[in-house]
Ligand binder design. Sequence first.
Ligand code: PMP
Ligand code: GLU
Length: 398
Amino acid sequence: MSMKISRIVNALEPSATMAMAAKAKELKSSGKTVYDLSLGEPDFVTPQHICDAAATAMKAGHTHYTVASGIPELKKAVVESYKKMYGLDYDPAQVTVTNGAKHALHNAFTTTLDPGDEVIIPAPYWVSYAELVRLTGAVPVIVQTEESNDFKITPEQFKAAMTGNTRMFLLCSPSNPTGTLYSPEELAVLADLVLENNLIVLADEIYDQLVYAGSKFASFPTLRPGLQERTILINGVSKTYAMTGWRIGWSIAPSNVAKKIGELQSQETSNPCSISQYATVAALNGDQKCVAEMRAEFEKRRDYVQSRLDEIPGLSYPNMGGAFYAYFNVKQHLGRKYNGVQVDTSEQWCLELLAQKNVATVMGSSFGTEGYVRASFAASDEVLKNAFDRIRDFVTKS
Ligand code: PMP
Ligand code: GLU
């Protein structure tokens, strides 16, 4: 007998980033050297003072349930960091601490969307957004953006996507998967449309600390008065502090929404790991030098990856101002054979690159744009050099 799966989960696409990472790990465990650019996961170790705070928390007996929505010290640290960085005033009660930002997104969608509500999601989009929206019965409205516009939604596209059912706009800037970001001026134009049309904005700002020289980040609610009341901010420590495994993220939402998110969380997961929460307090309240050092390293890698992409004829990519992804256009290299194997899609391209050269990347089709490939440069210099040598040979010699 095969047990019945619910319709809604049956329709769910598994995460392609996770799937490619699993394939790379499988190959590694079979003894192969794999150059893994699949996951957006900093290769740095979590800074020592953060690990020390976790050990101290354990010794102090912070190993039990906490308030489901997070410890007060952490909510306070989150609020203080937003005040310091962006001048935004929030009440700690507006913060819900979650099991990673992915969980914060799930909570936010579940709490604010009803079946039939529409969410405008510019493509390319991070793999989990559309699926998490679908889980609520709401409808992702995917808007194709252009590489020539650095994959940013234009005001015209935004207006054209709007219907009587539009409830939310999903903003991810700096973007996963493209690494591009909206300028404050571009965001202000979108903010006006949001205000005029009474929309909710879900602003995933998880890459706000990874913005490189020449680009300027603005936290969405700072752009116009009235945005704080209609924006749910998402952030976390995975990227900023190299803490992917600690599973701490958060949402900051209008009070009535935050209250309901807390109640939802009290039924679904209870608190995120108590020890990780104390470690996160140390991350947010401690010296931010570690963040600047990691950012500088990522910026060097960004420059290196750009120089390697420039060497390969026929590849193009948008302006990479933030995050740690290169999103390059391989359309000119599809529709031909690679060492005798016909490759017509970005999925086949990524699978052959892995099979023939042991380099793991993620296909653009899973981010909603066929013909592109995402490579994470949250990898060591040595891995990047080897990976791009092989990508060059794959494209030019096979
Ligand atoms: N949002 C974006 C844009 C991401 O790239 C990620 C990557 N993991 C997440 C949210 C979720 O992060 P986490 O659950 O590790 O906090
Ligand atoms: N967000 C990262 C990525 O896109 C980690 C994987 C995931 O959470 O999907 O690679």
